[in-house]
Ligand binder design. Structure first.
Ligand code: CU
Length: 173
């Protein structure tokens, strides 16, 4: 017996061993007769491709054919918006920051937009109301924006240096 014959014999033995497994996996009992007929008729040109594909679709939808789906890891571009609404300037208005407490994931870029008719700033402060220097916008006119990226978990307070009663929160989870 030369090399080729030995290898061929191996392949043959393994093939014989594998065939029953393959047949078991593709259990004919799970495939309804109408699908087998559809496949046959499709091969004979008696039914349309759409009918054949619908039959395959049925097998997928009923888990006769199981497709393994890979988890899709998407790299999201995390961003969020806080609106300084019109009327925010007046103490008596309920024109709070929208949202008043923004909840985000770490790495989110937060943009504040001033939709009020007067100027505002965004100034970070600690829990006691003291400036902590984490972020501080320049004066924002109507329609102007300020961005800050929150990298670490925590609760962040901010306020407007012109209207210090306007306090908002960003919670990074
Ligand atoms: Cu303000």
């Amino acid at each position: 017996m030369n090399h080729t014959k030995i290898i061929f014999s191996f392949v043959l033995i393994f093939s014989v061993m594998l065939i029953p497994f393959l047949l078991l996996n593709a259990s004919a009992e799970k495939v309804p007769d109408w699908i087998r007929n559809t496949a046959l008729w499709y091969g004979e040109g008696k039914v349309s491709e759409t009918e054949f594909l619908n039959a395959i679709k049925f097998l997928v939808e009923n888990n006769v054919i199981i497709l393994e789906r890979e988890d899709i890891i998407s790299v999201e571009n995390l961003s969020a918006l806080i609106i300084i609404p019109n009327g925010n300037v007046n103490l008596s208005n309920s024109a709070f920051y929208k949202p008043l407490n923004l909840e985000i994931a770490s790495g989110t870029v937060v943009t504040w937009i001033n939709e009020d008719s007067v100027e505002h700033t965004i100034q970070s402060q600690d829990e006691s109301g003291n400036n902590n220097g984490l972020f501080h916008s320049s004066t924002l006119g109507t329609g102007e924006t300020f961005e800050f990226t929150f990298e670490e978990m925590g609760v962040y307070n901010y306020y407007c240096s012109f209207h210090p009663w306007r306090v908002g929160l960003v919670t990074v989870k």
